[in-house]
Design a protein around this ligand. Sequence first.
Ligand SMILES: N[C@@H](CCC(=O)N[C@@H](CS)C(=O)NCC(=O)O)C(=O)O
Length: 206
Amino acid sequence: MLKIWGRANSINVQKVLWTCAELELGFERIDAGMQFGVNNTPEYKVMNPNGLVPLIDDGGFLLWESHTIVRYLARRYGSGNILPTDPQPAADVDRWMEWYNTTAWIVMRPIFWGMIRTPEAQRNLAEIEDNRSKLAQYLAIADAHLAKHTFFAGDTFTLADIPLGVLAHRWFVLPITRPELPNLFHWYQRVSARPGFQTHCASALS
Ligand SMILES: N[C@@H](CCC(=O)N[C@@H](CS)C(=O)NCC(=O)O)C(=O)O
């Protein structure tokens, strides 16, 4: 049975759990990270020297980095539906997964940490606002893209929708000012209705 280390409220763990649900893949999840510890033990660091979650063990094959994990699971257990095998559609999926890592998450992280994991009195409101404003501009790019596409990488749901789906959840749930981005909102409604999102990603932010 596939083993996944990581606390259920971690955005990177949620990507893996949602992917497993899309692939109808069973797994055992072991709580690790933040209040659960585990990830800082020497035993864990042998498996993942970064001391971060998620980490998977698939029959003795150890893997960390959430996007690498979800691609691996899709290649190993999928049938090309959530990760196309043709180079160009596959690159389209990769493009948006990279964009999440290099662009959108960079500015969402300080907003999320500032508003959810920092006591109110210690929040850096200027930093939160600066990143909120940048993210609004980035998400306008996504909104324009989604005016012409049902999902990020075309007309069907793919891995590209998973990282951006959990990020969009934070964007739409946090009490922040949001410009009108109707295409992004309707896409978020579509992806967040999926059973895998509802089971693993819809809980209150913490
Ligand atoms: N690039 C890594 C980032 C992993 C990461 O930053 N994980 C966070 C949780 S989202 C973590 O392990 N934090 C330490 C902790 O939870 O104790 C990935 O995508 O897997």
